[in-house]
Design a protein around this ligand. Structure first.
Ligand SMILES: Cc1cc2nc3c(=O)[nH]c(=O)nc-3n(C[C@H](O)[C@H](O)[C@H](O)COP(=O)(O)OP(=O)(O)OC[C@H]3O[C@@H](n4cnc5c(N)ncnc54)[C@H](O)[C@@H]3O)c2cc1C
Length: 594
């Protein structure tokens, strides 16, 4: 007879009552009901003998049109369901504070990175862990496991959408498809032809098969069988089973403040403490039988670990927190991208609803053209100086140097995309343009709690552009966009540059504008792309890893991390598909006792 059979069964479903979890014991507690948290809980609870508790700080907004209608995504930013972390340069990193986490508020764009980038993760592990399958082939199978792909409709195909169904999963819970209505008109073919002519980048049918180095229409996390509404982790993993799965409880409006350790020094987690709403007077506690898995995202997972005594001893003692585990890289290695929009007046009418899903992913040669060889040499010869300048946000200069070498190899030898460029239609202004960001910044930042108050936001410092290459990629992106919109056939649909405009960033020599001219405007105009990762990286400990290849926090018995914080280096992609793959893979590892 198991413990579970002799004790009253904990409540299940979705609850707003802290007493449903308080003083109860669960096999697994998952901290954060976001993208990875709900995906993992969905899989672990498939075994009816396993009890799972998910604790989520936000509420249930599945019926809120700001959430289910992807067209409304912009209304969410800065709202009650966005964490809105202040970061450097006065910018804000967004994150969903609601069931489904950022999968409930994000842009829905569904892409995967380049195969070489996932393979490189394995190189950062110990040789003994390389067989764990942190590579493209293995993770791709898990990305497919999560996915239910809907091929483009005839109407979608008529305006250019395409896809290779065999590159997608078709039986998973997350619905992926094209919008009901896509824009027609001459602009998309013109963009494809122009960027191909200017950079040589090929037009491909689909970029979700391990080589995104092309220009293509991409699908979104929406469900054509559910009025094209958003398919968040909540809608895909939880909604279908919320009334039937009696071994899974999701507790809402409850903020996990810290982990509870077994007092015998064994680094075993025995439970978590949480507060309900913003009422900090009552501390609740839920107990765990097997494992706690952190899924609070790249900003809050390291903050909760630090509050629980796992982190840099110097930081913890400065706040009066006693160190359970001195792991100085918790919160370090933060990598975030910088998003820029350039706009041009257009000379054509739009028909249909705008949906920006024509994406291009140029590599270094395609972006820098004739200067690519010089840029390559500069990367190789600058790594040492860059590692020196970023070492405070890594374990050491030597450790960061190894990570940078891997990153440079992937860029130079792997020829992976370094820029993402989205062709953009703007319906409320006579504009079209491009949204772009450097995909693989070398700048490193950190997340550090500044007080023990669990409701205080941590210090999030990205050190944007502190490696000059990161700015050079943005500038080159801006120059490329200028070139695209002034080259036929796209120029035939364009009258003048509107944002920033030649009066603001001049282009006297016709090369798109100097670094000096672009620098101040880009620094003022960019947004944090909310693709933060790396703060609990999966790497060897001597490289600064926080979790090993089993996603276990080094030195602990039963504590793992599954969210975006484990990804050691940025990928040439949006995050969702990869993260669902990670959660699916971890679920299988846990079920198999790995
Ligand atoms: C604005 C925006 C746009 C994006 N656009 C895209 C896109 O178009 N395509 C794409 O693929 N990716 C996109 N992303 C990225 C993607 O959504 C995220 O990388 C992904 O959701 C991260 O998953 P996660 O599980 O790490 O964290 P999240 O999904 O953010 O989940 C973390 C959860 O933990 C909860 N939590 C945090 N702290 C606590 C606590 N102390 N106690 C309890 N719960 C807590 C949060 O409320 C949240 O629900 C976007 C992200 C944002 C923010």
């Amino acid at each position: 007879t198991t413990d579970y059979q002799t004790h009253p069964h904990p409540p299940s479903g979705i609850s707003g009552n802290p007493l449903d979890a308080s003083n109860r014991t669960f096999d697994y507690i998952i901290v954060g009901g976001g993208l990875t948290g709900l995906a993992l809980a969905g899989r672990l609870s498939e075994d009816a003998r396993t009890t799972v508790l998910v604790i989520e700080a936000g509420g249930d907004n599945r019926k809120d049109p700001r959430v289910y209608d992807l067209y409304n995504a912009l209304q969410v930013y800065g709202s009650d369901i966005d964490w809105s972390w202040p970061v450097d340069y006065g910018k804000t990193t967004d994150g969903g504070k609601t069931l489904g986490g950022s999968s409930s508020i994000n842009g829905g764009t569904w892409t995967r990175g380049a195969a070489a980038q996932y393979d490189a993760w394995s190189d950062l592990l110990t040789p003994g862990e390389r067989s764990l399958g942190w590579n493209w082939n293995n993770l791709y199978s898990y990305m497919k496991k999560a996915e239910h792909y809907h091929p483009p409709s005839a109407a979608n195909q008529q305006v250019g959408a395409d896809g290779v169904t065999s590159w997608h999963g078709v039986r998973g819970p997350v619905n992926v498809g094209f919008p009901e209505e896509m824009l027609g008109g001459p602009q998309h073919p013109a963009f494809i032809a122009t960027i191909h002519n200017v950079t040589g980048i090929p037009h491909c049918r689909d970029l979700n098969g391990g080589d995104p180095n092309c220009v293509a229409f991409v699908p979104s996390s929406i469900n054509p069988d559910d009025s094209f509404h958003r398919s968040s982790s909540a809608m895909s993993y939880l909604t279908p089973v919320e009334n039937t799965r009696t071994n899974w409880l999701t507790l809402l409006n409850s903020t996990v403040t810290k982990l509870v350790w077994k007092p015998d020094g064994s680094k075993t987690v025995i439970g978590v403490e949480f507060l309900h709403l913003n009422n900090s007077s009552t501390v609740y506690r839920a107990n765990v039988r097997k494992e706690v898995i952190m899924a609070a995202g790249s900003i809050n997972t390291p903050a909760i670990l630090q509050r629980s005594g796992v982190g840099d001893r110097a930081l913890l003692s400065s706040l009066g927190i006693s160190t359970v585990l001195n792991l100085p890289t918790v919160g370090k290695n933060l990598q975030e991208q910088t998003l820029i929009t350039l706009g041009f007046n257009r000379t054509f009418q739009l028909t249909g609803r705008p949906w920006n899903n024509l994406l291009a992913f140029p590599n270094l040669s395609q972006l820098f053209g004739k200067d690519a060889a010089a840029v390559t040499t500069k990367i190789r010869t600058s790594l040492d100086a860059w590692a020196e300048s970023q070492k405070d946000n890594a374990l050491s200069k030597a450790a960061l140097m190894k990570i940078f070498e891997s990153q440079a190899d992937v860029i130079i030898k792997g020829k992976v995309p370094v820029l993402e460029l989205i062709y953009g239609n703007i319906d409320y202004a006579p504009m079209h343009g491009a949204i772009f960001w450097g995909l693989l910044p070398f700048s490193r930042g950190s997340v550090k709690i500044k007080t023990v108050d669990p409701f205080a936001k941590p210090n999030v410092t990205n050190n944007f552009f502190s490696v000059p290459f990161d700015m050079e990629v943005e500038v080159q992106g801006a120059r490329l966009v200028r070139k695209l919109f002034t080259t036929a056939p796209l120029s035939n649909l364009t009258s003048a540059e509107y944002l920033p405009g030649l009066a603001v960033v001049p282009d006297p020599t016709g090369d798109g504008g100097s670094v000096q001219a672009w620098d101040p405007w880009l620094k003022a105009a960019f947004s944090s792309n909310s693709h933060a990762l790396g703060t609990c990286s999966m790497m060897r400990k001597d490289l600064g890893g926080v979790v090993d290849g089993r996603l276990r926090v080094y030195g602990t018995k039963n504590l793992r991390v599954t969210d975006a914080s484990i990804i050691p280096t940025q990928i040439s992609s949006h995050m969702m598909s990869t993260l669902y793959g990670i959660a699916e893979k971890l679920a299988d590892m846990i079920k198999a006792g790995v």
